[in-house]
Design a protein around this ligand. Structure first.
Ligand code: FCB
Length: 468
C-alpha cells in the first residue's frame, strides 16, 4: 500500500449532509410536512422517539456552519434541498422563502470559495405526495421533474454538481419494502413500483436540469459489495440475489436500460411490481449521466437463509432471519464477521471493499467520472475534560478508505472526488441521534459545535492533497 497517497490537483474534497438530518425548523419558512416528520413522530419508528424537529438547528446556524465548512479549506459541500420547503404540498408554485434559504446557503458557499453540490432528494418526500401514493405512484416522478425545474431555475447559476436522488434503493426498499424508513411499508410489491418510479424520477429530473443548467448531473447509489458466506452454491446464489436486489436493480437500468433477468424472474409473482414499467421508460432512464456518485460504508457477507446454522458454525454472527417484507422474500441474510474491525456503531469496516467496488463499476458499467459522495464512521464521541473531541478511530477509518480509493485510482479508475459523511453529527434516520458521524461534534441541547480531531486531520489532507 502506498504510504503517501497523493491526489491530482483537480481532486474534489468535500463533506456531505442532508436536509432533514440537520436543518430542524420544520415549521419555519412555509415548509410543508414531509414523510420523515410523520414517520419520526410515529411511536416506535425511531430510536428514543427522536425526530428532526430541531436536529442540528442548521436552519438558524447557517453562517456558523458555512464558516465551519470554509475552515476545511478549498472544498465542496454536498447538501440536499428539502422538497417540502420548495413546494410544501409537493406541487404547485414555489415557496419563495424556501428558495431564499437555499440561495443564501449557495451564495454563502461561493463567497467562501466552496463548491455547492446539490442533492435534490434525500428522502424527505412531501407528505401530501405520500398521501397520493408516494413513490408507488408514477405521478410522483412527474412531480419530481417539476420540482427539479424550479430548483434548477432558482439555483442553477451557482451549483457545480447536481445529484438527482440519494440512494434510491433506500427510498424504495427501506421505505416500502422493509419499513425501516419512512413511509414505513413492508410490501415487496410497493417497493418494486417505488424502485421503478425513483429511477423514472431521476430521468425526469435530469431532463429538467439539462434544460436549464450546464453543470454535471448524476445520481448517488449505495452500491454494496456482496460476498458469499461460504463457497456453498446456496450462499453463492444468495450473494448474487442480494447483489441483484441492492445493486443491479439500479445499475442495470441506468447503464443498460434493462432490469436484470434474474431479478425480473425472482419478482415475477409480485403484481403490481415491475409491470409499472411503461414503453419508453427504460430508454429515458438510461440516458447518459455526467458522473456516477457512490456512497460506501461497508461490504455485506451474505448467506442463504437455509444455511444460517452453517454460517453460525463457521463463526459468523447470525441474527434471526426476517419473517416478513423484502428481506424474507429474498431468502438471503447478512451475517456478521465477528473478527472484522467495527465502527462505534458496530458497522463492519472493510476498506478494500471500496477499491473493489470502484474497479467493478468501471469494468462492468461505465467509464464516467466516479465520486464517492459519502463515506464515514459513527463513533462514540464525547467532549473530554479538555473540551475537545478526540476521535482517532474515525481518522483511522477515513484514512484507510482514502488509501483504498487511491488504490482504485492507481488501477486506472476515474475517481474524481471524495465526500466525508458527515460535516456535522446529525439525525441518523431510524437510529435518531444515537449515531454520530460528524467531523464536527454537535451538543444537541445547546446546538454548540465543536470540531473534532478528524476535522483538523481532514483539513490537513485537503491542504496537502495527500494523506499525511
Ligand atoms: C447513508 C445516507 C445518509 C446517512 C449515512 C450514514 O445511507 O445517505 O443520509 O444516513 O448513510
Amino acid at each position: 500500500m502506498p504510504n503517501n497517497a497523493k491526489f491530482s490537483k483537480a481532486f474534489v474534497w468535500g463533506t456531505a449532509t442532508a436536509s432533514y438530518q440537520i436543518e430542524g425548523a420544520v415549521r419555519a419558512g412555509g415548509r410543508g410536512t414531509s414523510i420523515w416528520d410523520t414517520f419520526s413522530h410515529t411511536p416506535g419508528r425511531t430510536a428514543n422517539g427522536d425526530t428532526g424537529d430541531i436536529a442540528c438547528a442548521h436552519y438558524d446556524h447557517v453562517d456558523e456552519d458555512l464558516d465551519l465548512i470554509a475552515g476545511l479549506g478549498r472544498s465542496a459541500y454536498r447538501f440536499s434541498v428539502a422538497w417540502s420547503r420548495i413546494q410544501p404540498e409537493g406541487k404547485g408554485p414555489a415557496n419563495q422563502e424556501g428558495l431564499d434559504f437555499y440561495r443564501r446557503l449557495v451564495d454563502g458557499l461561493r463567497a467562501r470559495r466552496v463548491a455547492p453540490v446539490v442533492t435534490l432528494y434525500h428522502w424527505d418526500l412531501p407528505q401530501a405526495l405520500e398521501d397520493a401514493g408516494g413513490w408507488t405512484a408514477r405521478d410522483t416522478a412527474e412531480r419530481f421533474g417539476e420540482y427539479a425545474a424550479i430548483v434548477a431555475e432558482a439555483l442553477g447559476d451557482s451549483v457545480e454538481m447536481w445529484v438527482t436522488l440519494n440512494e434510491p434503493w433506500c427510498v424504495a426498499w427501506l421505505g416500502y419494502g422493509t419499513g425501516e424508513h419512512a413511509p414505513g411499508y413492508a410490501d415487496v410489491s410497493k417497493a418494486l413500483m417505488a424502485n421503478h418510479h425513483t429511477l423514472l424520477a431521476h430521468a425526469r429530473a435530469s431532463e429538467a436540469l439539462r434544460r436549464t443548467v450546464k453543470a454535471p448531473v448524476g445520481i448517488a447509489l449505495n452500491v454494496t459489495p456482496m460476498i458469499p458466506a461460504s463457497d456453498h452454491e446456496l450462499d453463492i446464489a444468495a450473494a448474487k440475489r442480494a447483489d441483484g436486489f441492492q445493486n443491479r436493480l439500479f445499475l442495470d437500468p441506468l447503464f443498460w436500460g434493462t432490469y436484470p433477468a434474474d431479478m425480473v424472474e425472482h419478482y415475477s409473482s409480485h403484481k403490481p411490481g415491475l409491470d409499472a414499467v411503461r414503453p419508453g421508460d427504460l430508454e429515458e432512464i438510461r440516458r447518459p449521466m455526467d458522473f456516477l456518485a457512490l456512497n460506501y460504508y461497508s461490504t455485506n457477507v451474505m448467506a442463504d437463509v437455509a444455511r444460517l446454522d452453517a454460517a453460525k458454525q463457521a463463526g459468523f454472527e447470525v441474527a434471526p432471519p426476517p419473517t416478513s417484507g423484502a428481506n424474507a422474500d429474498l431468502g438471503a441474510a447478512r451475517v456478521g464477521r465477528v473478527y472484522a474491525p467495527h465502527t462505534g456503531a458496530r458497522w463492519e469496516v472493510d476498506p478494500s471493499g471500496l477499491t473493489g467496488l470502484l474497479v467493478r463499476i468501471s469494468e462492468e458499467y461505465t467509464s464516467l467520472p466516479l465520486y464517492v459522495t459519502e463515506n464515514g464512521s459513527a463513533e462514540l464521541d464525547y467532549a473530554g475534560p479538555d473540551g475537545q473531541v478526540h476521535d482517532p478511530k474515525r481518522i483511522w477509518y477515513l484514512e484507510q478508505h482514502l488509501r483504498a480509493l487511491h488504490a482504485a485510482i492507481e488501477r486506472g479508475v476515474n475517481v474524481r472526488g471524495y465526500f466525508v459523511w458527515s460535516l456535522l453529527d446529525n439525525f441518523e434516520w431510524a437510529h435518531g441521534f444515537s449515531m454520530r458521524f460528524g467531523l464536527v461534534f454537535v451538543d444537541y441541547p445547546t446546538a454548540k459545535r465543536t470540531p473534532k480531531d478528524s476535522y483538523r486531520w481532514y483539513r490537513q489532507v485537503i491542504a496537502a492533497n495527500a494523506l499525511p
